[in-house]
Design a protein around this ligand. Structure first.
Ligand SMILES: *Cc1c(COP(=O)(O)O)cnc(C)c1O
Length: 445
C-alpha cells in the first residue's frame, strides 16, 4: 500500500482529509482512506469535517435534480481534488444506473426501494461506487489490489458483482457456511474469474475478525489488501444520496422521517451524515432484528456488544456493529444528543413474518424480511408526518417468507446465476488459513 500511495502523491492541501475514529490527529487523504479501508490504529475513517449544503439545497434545489445530479453535488467535496467533478460524474452514472422508486403505500407511508441494482439489494449502491473509485486509483498507479470482504450475505454478492472483471482487482469474499441464503451464495460463488469465494466454518463475526487480522498482518502488505465492507468510505459515503433523493421527491411534505433496517449500521450512519449536511429529515429510526445492540444503547446509554444471533433477516445478524464508532464520532456528547436524531427498536422473526403478511394484505405490497423490519420501525414512529422505510432487498431474494407467491418471473440476473456452477473453497474460522489462501492463490483462477 505504501508504494501505491507514493505513486498517487499527496493532495493534503485544500483536500478533505479523513481521520480515525480512534485518534482524530491521525489524518489521511481520500486515496489512502479508500485503499487502506481501516485506519492504521484500527479506527474507522470519518471526514474531518462535514460539508454543509443547507436545507434549501435539499428542499428547493434537489427536487429539480436527478438522483445522479444530487449524488454529484453531495459527494464531490468528499472526493475532491483526487477526483474532479467530471470523474465523480462518470463514476456516479455508471454506478447508479438503475431506478430507485419511492412507492406510496398510504398518505403517510412510503417504501424507498433500493434493490433494483444487479444483486437486488441496496449494497449495490455503495459497492458499485467503490468499484469505480478503486479501479480509477489503481489504473493511475498501474498496480493491483486484493479486496477482502466479510459478508453476512448481501455485501459479498454486491461487491463480487461490482468488481467482476475489474482488471486490477482480485476479490476474496468470506461468508459464514450455511448462514446465507441459497440465492446470495449463488450470486457470490458462480462468477469465477477475479472473484474468489471462501466458505468459512463459523459466524459472520468470525469472518469479520479474520479480515481485520489479515489487514493488521504486515507480511501481507505486498498484496495491497483493501476492504469493501461498509467500513470503507467509498462504500459508506455514497449511501447518503438516496435519503436526499427520497426527501427531494416528497419535499412538499414537511415532516419526513426514515426507518432504516440495520445490522452493521453503515446505511443508517450515512443517513445521519446527510442530516449533518443539512437534510431536513425529522428523525431516523434504527430498526433491528433481535441483534439489538444499538436500540439498547439508545435506551440505556451503554453499548453492549455480543455474538450475533441468527434470524430470518440475516443480512442484519450483527452482534457488534462496526459503524457504531462512526455514530459515536458524530455524536461525541453521547446517547442524549443522539436521541434527538435517532430512535430505535428491535423486532422478532415472528413480528417480521406477521409484518410481511400485513404489508401484503393491507397494501398489496411484497416485502422481504429486511424491508419488513424497516416497516415495523416506521409503525413505531408515532408522530404526524411522512414515514419512509428503506426496502433494502428484493422479495425475490428471500422468497420463502412471502405472504403469497409472486406471479411474475424471477429477474433475469437471478435466473442466470442460479443456472451456473457453485465454485467456493471451504476454510476454518482461522486467520492462518486465510493468510495461506491470500499468498498462494493467483489473481485470477
Ligand atoms: C446489509 C443489509 C442491511 C443492513 O445494512 P447495514 O448498513 O449493515 O446496517 C439491511 N438489509 C439488507 C438487505 C442488507 O443487505
Amino acid at each position: 500500500m505504501a508504494s501505491l500511495l507514493k505513486v498517487l502523491g499527496s493532495y493534503s492541501f485544500l483536500a478533505m482529509l479523513y481521520l480515525s475514529t480512534k485518534n482524530p490527529r491521525l489524518r489521511v487523504t481520500v486515496s489512502e482512506a479508500v485503499l487502506c479501508g481501516l485506519a492504521s490504529d484500527g479506527g474507522l475513517f470519518m471526514p474531518e469535517s462535514v460539508p454543509w449544503l443547507g436545507s434549501d439545497f435539499f428542499a428547493t434545489c434537489a427536487p429539480r435534480l436527478s438522483l445522479q445530479q444530487i449524488a454529484c453535488r453531495m459527494l464531490s467535496s468528499y472526493f475532491e481534488p483526487e477526483f474532479n467533478s467530471r470523474q465523480i460524474g462518470e463514476i456516479v452514472s455508471s454506478a447508479f444506473n438503475f431506478p430507485c422508486p419511492i412507492i406510496k403505500l398510504s398518505d403517510s407511508l412510503f417504501a424507498l426501494e433500493l434493490f433494483h441494482g444487479p444483486t437486488l439489494a441496496f449494497k449495490d449502491f455503495g459497492a458499485r461506487f467503490m468499484a469505480g473509485v478503486l479501479s480509477s486509483l489503481l489504473q493511475r498507479s498501474q498496480q493491483n489490489a486484493t479486496v477482502l470482504v466479510a459478508t453476512s450475505g448481501d455485501t459479498g454478492s454486491a461487491v463480487a458483482n461490482a468488481f467482476f472483471n475489474c482488471k486490477n482487482v482480485r476479490v476474496v469474499v468470506l461468508y459464514p457456511k450455511g448462514r446465507v441464503s441459497k440465492i446470495q451464495e449463488m450470486q457470490m460463488t458462480t462468477l469465477g474469474g477475479n472473484i474468489h469465494a471462501l466458505e468459512v466454518e463459523g459466524s459472520f463475526d468470525d469472518c469479520q475478525r479474520m479480515v481485520k487480522e489479515a489487514f493488521r498482518d504486515q507480511s501481507l502488505s505486498r498484496f495491497n489488501l483493501t476492504s469493501a465492507n461498509s467500513i470503507n468510505i467509498a462504500r459508506f459515503i455514497p449511501q447518503m444520496v438516496y435519503y436526499a433523493y427520497a426527501f427531494s421527491r416528497l419535499a412538499t411534505y414537511r415532516n419526513i422521517s426514515f426507518s432504516v433496517p440495520s445490522g452493521n449500521f453503515g446505511n443508517l450512519c450515512a443517513g445521519l451524515l446527510a442530516k449533518r449536511m443539512g437534510l431536513p429529515a425529522k428523525i431516523f429510526f434504527a430498526a433491528t432484528n433481535i441483534n439489538d445492540a444499538v436500540p439498547r444503547y439508545l435506551e440505556s446509554g451503554v453499548i453492549k456488544r455480543g455474538p450475533s444471533k441468527i434470524t430470518i433477516s440475516n443480512a442484519m445478524d450483527v452482534g457488534d456493529p462496526s459503524n457504531f464508532s462512526r455514530i459515536e464520532h458524530l455524536y461525541p456528547e453521547g446517547a442524549t444528543a443522539l436521541r434527538e436524531d435517532l430512535c430505535g427498536g428491535s423486532f422478532t422473526d415472528k413480528e417480521t413474518v406477521a409484518a410481511i403478511r400485513e404489508l401484503y394484505n393491507r397494501y398489496c405490497y411484497h416485502a422481504d424480511p429486511h424491508a419488513a423490519v424497516g416497516y415495523l420501525g416506521a409503525q413505531k414512529l408515532n408522530h404526524a408526518g411522512q414515514k419512509i422505510f428503506l426496502a433494502t432487498a428484493s422479495p425475490y431474494k428471500f422468497g420463502n417468507y412471502l405472504a403469497c407467491t409472486i406471479k411474475s418471473e424471477l429477474p433475469t440476473a437471478l435466473n442466470e446465476c442460479l443456472k451456473r456452477k457453485k465454485k467456493s473453497t471451504s476454510i476454518g474460522a482461522d486467520s492462518k488459513e486465510l493468510k495461506n489462501y491470500i499468498i498462494n492463490r493467483p489473481l485470477c483462477d
